[in-house]
Design a protein around this ligand. Sequence first.
Ligand code: FAD
Length: 154
Amino acid sequence: MDDRQFRNAMGKFATGVTVVATGAAGEVHGMTANAFMSVSLHPKLVVISIAEKAQMLEKIKKSGCFSVNILAADQQELSMIFAGQTKSQQEVVFERLEGIPVLPGAIAQITCEVSAEYVEGDHTLFIGRVTHLHLEDSDPLIYFSGKYRRLAIE
Ligand code: FAD
């Protein structure tokens, strides 16, 4: 099986899009990620998967915390900025939720403390214990087969 075929197969799983953010020493680092899921209700746990080559890896290890910001339909540009696909024309302003940087306008801001990490192949899985949540009522940005999509309104 070649890498392209594997990536194409994984791309058939339609997902939302998140920006994972963390901050150490006042600096905020963000990264676009769609490898995110809920793990447990009691206790409340989520998981993200971060590539070994991503700068985000060391930043989360250092801070011990992160936020997952589920992007709204009108935040495609932020997804592209935090995936390194386009440059921001102006500074991206983060807010803080109980001290952890979060992205304004996200439909969900989920702050976490790292409760475990597992190196698997070329990624590290971070299990996050959810500490706080903030929700907004708007439509999500969707990612499918390597392209951004919107929910169809029935
Ligand atoms: P960099 O490449 O240095 O940073 C990413 C970009 O964010 C840079 O352009 C940087 O300038 C900008 N940036 C960071 N912080 C700030 C700030 N405070 N203000 C303004 N700009 C800032 N990779 C994974 O490991 N796991 C995934 O689940 C995953 N899912 C993805 C889903 C999608 C839809 C896409 C498009 C990409 C995904 N990626 C994923 C790839 C990942 O987003 C990129 O490889 C990313 O560039 C890696 O970021 P980095 O931490 O190495 O930092």
